[in-house]
Every structure is written in structure tokens, then in C-alpha cells.
Write a protein that binds this ligand. Sequence first.
Ligand code: MD5
Ligand code: FE
Length: 203
Amino acid sequence: WIERLSAGAALLHGRACANDVRLLAEVEAVLEQAPLRGMETPGGQSMSVATSSCGDWGWVSDRRGYRYAAADPVSGHPWPAMPDALRDLARGAAAEAGFAGFDPDACLINCYLPGARMGLHQDKDERDFSAPIVSVSLGLPAAFLLGGLRRADKTFRILLRHGDVLVWGGPDRMRYHGVRPVQPGSHPLLGARRINLTFRKAR
Ligand code: MD5
Ligand code: FE
């Protein structure tokens, strides 16, 4: 079922569950070509979330800053293609939330082991903020923090479970958001980890 969180944000509960085995297999195939790696923030802090990407553009972070890159800096090769099963899920979920025609060119793969977290931030490395962002949660649950358009705005906690799909667009696209430390546990399909797929129109 679709839960409308605000004008441009919707939570599609369990939307990815029916196809989870296929989705995970596609993600694992991407990770064989472009393994998960730790990244460093421009300030020199190491991030607790391990990341990789598929699609035309991959999100990277290092001392030079945050940006989208056409090649994986670890291998020097282009990022793996975005698997159809992933693209179709993102397009379908966006359409159900009111964003027909979403055409993602980047899929960021975030892997959270227990204890990993993501601090409050805005997604502003994309060229065109008019496209929505689609986020797919797999594995261990996580408490997601949804804030406002200013860092100091009050945040709301949303529990994201395996298979949940979030769509953010329009007036909600630039909200501050973060992820509380993932609690220890084990998921029947993914084991002791949370994987989040974030589909974006980067360029
Ligand atoms: C995650 N990832 O669970 C989240 C899901 C990231 C990131 O935040 O940058 O890799 S994406 C959640 C999101 C994206 C864009 C806008 C909003 C939330 N929002 O307005 O709340 O690993
Ligand atoms: Fe984000």
C-alpha cells in the first residue's frame, strides 16, 4: 500500500518484496564487477556505509569532493550497466507515486552493516532537481530520519523495512535526511546487512 508522507513523498510498503530474490541476484552481479568500498568525505572522515554504483553515472566521494563519475575509480572501467529488473522497479514505483517518465541514469548501492549510519544531509550533487529520487530498502530494517529544508528543522523517524520503496520529488526532493545506526540482527535473505538502492537522474 502507498503511504503519502507529504505532497511529493510516498512510501510504497513492501513494493520490492515480490521480486526480492531477483533484485538481490542482480545487485550481487553488479558488485562482482564493482565491489563495495569505503569512501572518504571531503573532510577526511571515513564513511561507515560501503558503496558502489551501476548505470551511466556512479556517485563517488574523496578529498576532492562529492561528484558523479562515469568510471569506477577503483577499476578505471565504466560502472556496470543498470540491470533491467532494477530500472523497472524504480520506474514503476516512481509512476505509482505520481512521477511518470522517471528515467534514472544512476543507481547508488549503499551497504550498511550493523552500526553503520548516515548523517543528516541533502542530496544536491545532481544536475536537475526536478527529477524524483527512488530509494529501495533491502535486508535489516533501519530508522530513517526525515527533516525539512533547513538542517535545524525537526526530524521525523520512519522505520524502513525489507522491500520498502520511498519516492521523493517536487517540494520534498531537497529535504534533509539521514539513517540512524543499523541495529544488529539477521535477515533471512540478506543476513546481517541492509542494502539501500538509490535511483537518481544524475546528469
Ligand atoms: C539510504 N541514502 O537509506 C538513503 C536513501 C544517500 C541516502 O540518503 O544519499 O545515499 S535515499 C533517501 C532520500 C533521498 C533524497 C531525498 C530524501 C531522502 N528526502 O528528501 O528525504 O541509504
Ligand atoms: Fe541522501
